[in-house]
Ligand binder design. Structure first.
Ligand SMILES: Cc1cc2nc3c(=O)[nH]c(=O)nc-3n(C[C@H](O)[C@H](O)[C@H](O)COP(=O)(O)OP(=O)(O)OC[C@H]3O[C@@H](n4cnc5c(N)ncnc54)[C@H](O)[C@@H]3O)c2cc1C
Length: 297
């Protein structure tokens, strides 16, 4: 597929096509209008359509053309901001909510993929966090204690299960997952349409007005009236203060390298420096090799 978020082709874009949709050619009325057709918007729309709401999804690019086409798709409750840091900021209950919500999100994807028969290469794998740079064992010990207080079933192991390289001590997160995000979005799109939802692409939400009903005016001048609007544009486009003044711009580079089939155990691998490296595998359909997806520099 083509994305409108950059020039390069991610592994996901190179291994599936996402259905194309038409732009809006008239005004519309809906129960709910979802702005943004990345994983957040498509999941929201899918669940609302399942619950019987009349849902319209709009995106100014193609479905999945934003960050979702460029993710490395580690589905994990291991968090970049360590649990011991989250505990300090939000208390033990906050850390527990973070662990439970991430664990539930993985289960939700697994359940939707299974119910909808979405062939999105969903696979349960273990995740391993190991030391890099100047990091000390104490960091993993602190994270072990904090993740366990948050309810995760983590453990310290002597090394990640890689024969060719000794990572040293690692924190194991069992039953995490990997999947193909664009194959998954394709399945969500099918479910949304089946349940009466509508998807329009090439539609830019220019103006969003709160109210009963709420209103979206598109760049082409069409008006969508809805009882509720869900803004799933990654960074919000309806409020330029609350989130924006807490955000900083980061760029992370990812490459996909061919490796012989079965040469590296499937798993999620992360080290501790900032920025950190993140690694997983993907096997394209019918290929005689796998792709090692490595990010972080
Ligand atoms: C290199 C990299 C690696 C990553 N790895 C991981 C990982 O391993 N695990 C993980 O959990 N996360 C990872 N992430 C983060 C993850 O990819 C994102 O958090 C997620 O894809 C965001 O999804 P989204 O639906 O919120 O946003 P997006 O996928 O960006 O979707 C937002 C959509 O909104 C549309 N839009 C924006 N403004 C408007 C408007 N005004 N009108 C209409 N449409 C609009 C855009 O076109 C876009 O399609 C990674 C990100 C990157 C870049």
């Amino acid at each position: 597929m083509k994305s409108d978020s950059g020039q390069t082709t991610s592994v996901w874009m190179g291994t599936t096509d996402v259905p194309e949709f038409l732009p809006l050619d008239r005004d519309l009325r809906a129960n709910v209008c979802v702005i943004g057709a990345g994983i957040a918007g498509m999941t929201t729309a899918y669940l609302l359509a399942r619950a019987g709401r009349a849902v319209v999804v709009i995106d100014d690019g193609p479905v999945g053309g934003g960050e979702t086409s460029r993710t490395t798709a580690h589905l994990t409750a291991a968090l970049d901001d360590r649990y011991y840091a989250i505990e300090k900021m939000h208390g033990r209950d906050g850390a527990r909510i973070a662990a439970e919500s991430h664990t539930a999100a993985i289960a939700q994807i697994e359940s939707i993929a299974s119910t909808e028969d979405i062939h999105c290469d969903f696979e349960r794998v273990d995740g391993y966090l190991f030391l890099g740079g100047d990091s000390k064992r104490k960091e993993l010990e602190n994270e072990l204690a904090a993740t366990q207080r948050a309810g995760l079933d983590t453990e310290l192991v002597e090394r990640a299960p890689l024969d060719f390289w000794d990572t040293g001590v690692a924190l194991r997160f069992p039953r995490q997952a990997t999947f193909h995000p664009l194959k998954y979005l394709k399945g969500l799109a099918r479910g949304i349409l089946r349940d009466g939802g509508k998807i329009y692409t090439g539609v830019h939400a220019k103006n969003i007005e709160d109210g009963e009903p709420a209103k979206i005016t598109t760049s082409a001048g069409h008006v969508i009236t809805a009882n509720n609007i869900v803004v799933c544009t990654n960074t919000p486009v309806n409020d330029w203060v609350i989130i924006h003044n807490k955000q900083a711009a980061y760029r992370s580079y990812v490459i996909g390298a061919r490796v012989p089939l079965g040469s590296i155990p499937h798993g999620l691998y992360w080290d501790t420096p900032d920025p950190y490296h993140y690694v997983r595998l993907h096997k394209p359909d019918g290929a005689d090799h796998e792709i090692l997806v490595v990010g972080g520099e």
